[in-house]
Design a protein around this ligand. Structure first.
Ligand code: PSV
Ligand code: MN
Length: 395
């Protein structure tokens, strides 16, 4: 490791902020059932407390993404108290996701429901979510839509697109100048024939129709098996249309597995596109790095620590790609040498430097180990005994 590489890693780690999802600390499962974790959080206060512990040990997770219905049952009234609770714990409320998919009314869709009344209900909920985000001091509104259909011929796809354009445009008008609307796409599930916002192209078209504060959100699990996600990222960066990520890993579908647990090189290639862009531009990309995972079997806070450490390690690897050399080898069509630039970085063991960075910032060299030694888990298990059974989200 050269001093220049060490410096590049330190700079990247200093910049890197990773947003944790509130729903990752709650009991979750599959449609076949849920396995209860005695340490799982059941209230927004508990979710914030767990996220704050992850932030305490990693120093890079200052914000928590929320889902309105799961976290703010009293709507906008819940926003200020939650923001205050977060502040006390040294974190803040991050992106706000409306829930326009689980109420009975949304059986046939939300913003693209054939019923004008239900389209209005969905829009009103999104407008409430924007108001909640304002009250909680958060920048990004991150709607995810399940609208689509299960059988050919049952939905007017062009009409759905126009309803989405109209709804998102109205939502965009309600943003304050510093807020953003991030449009997430997903090819299937729960709809299994067509999904209205199925891929990055559709999300891009809708974001452009909504207005210039709308960008695309890339959830890494929301792609077909062989799709080249890093190319999508490169194009969105070049178009200034990449708003953020929902990071996770996948094997079969949207499995919400731990980042890098299946294919760390894929994560590296995505992070490389960000670092390469930043090197060319000479400034950090304005991209929200959020985690979206469901830990059905692993202990929740520990899994989040594992995820954050994985993200830091892979970002550190991406930060030491020799961009100048890579650019030269690409221009000369030196295929092996260009690829070696990637492999040299990917195969470097960056962990000692990442640990050194933590020590220099007053953090434990191994956050997971330090968390385990802190006794937090046994404390919350005792406190939450008997209560964790009651509540769970659908994530
Ligand atoms: C849907 O699969 C999704 O990726 C959306 O981002 C939701 O907000 C999240 O998962 C939680 O279920
Ligand atoms: Mn997501």
């Amino acid at each position: 490791m050269t001093p220049k590489q060490e410096e590049a890693i330190f700079k990247k780690l200093d910049e890197l902020r990773i947003e944790l999802p509130s729903w990752a600390f709650a009991n979750t499962g599959t449609r076949f059932g849920k396995f209860i974790d005695a340490s799982a959080a059941t209230t927004i206060e508990e979710k914030l407390a767990d996220a704050a512990e992850v932030n305490r040990f990693t120093g890079c997770c200052p914000s928590v993404a929320v889902h309105v219905l799961w976290d703010f049952p009293n709507g906008v009234e819940s926003a200020a108290p939650a923001a205050q609770a977060a502040e006390k714990l040294g974190v803040r409320i991050g992106s706000v996701s409306p829930n326009v998919f689980q109420d009975q009314e949304y059986k046939y869709g939300s913003l693209a429901n054939p019923s004008a009344d239900i389209r209005k209900k969905a829009l009103d909920h999104i407008l409430d979510s924007i108001a909640i985000a304002k009250a909680a001091g958060s920048r990004d509104i991150t709607p995810w839509f399940t609208d689509g259909s299960n059988y050919p011929g049952t939905a007017h796809m062009r009409q759905h697109k126009r309803w989405f354009e109209a709804g998102l445009r109205t939502a965009h008008e309600a943003l304050s100048p510093d807020q953003r609307l991030l449009i997430e796409y997903k090819p299937f599930e729960p709809a299994v024939y067509h999904t209205d916002i199925a891929d990055w192209g559709m999300a891009l078209v809708l974001a452009k129709a909504a207005g210039n504060q709308a960008k695309v959100l890339v959830d890494t699990g929301h792609h077909y098996q062989t799709q080249n996600i890093e190319q999508i990222v490169a194009w969105l960066l070049d178009e200034n249309m990449l708003g953020g990520f929902h990071l996770n890993d996948r094997r079969f579908a949207d499995d919400d597995l731990t980042l890098g647990s299946i294919d760390p090189y894929q994560v590296f290639r995505i992070f490389h596109e960000i670092c390469f862009f930043e090197w060319e531009q000479g400034r950090p990309a304005d991209v929200a790095i959020m985690v979206d995972q469901s830990h059905n079997l692993k202990p929740k806070a520990e899994e989040m620590l594992q995820t954050v450490m994985m993200a830091q390690n892979i970002f550190a690897k991406a930060a030491i790609v020799d961009h100048a050399r890579l650019t030269r080898e690409q221009a000369a069509c030196n295929l092996i040498d260009a690829e070696e630039c990637m492999q040299d970085a990917f195969q470097t063991d960056v962990r000692p430097v990442v640990e050194e960075w933590r020590r220099m910032r007053g953090l434990a060299a191994n956050p997971l180990k330090a968390f385990r030694e802190s006794g937090y888990l046994s404390r919350v298990i005792a406190e939450r005994a008997g209560r964790a059974q009651a509540v769970s989200s659908y994530a």
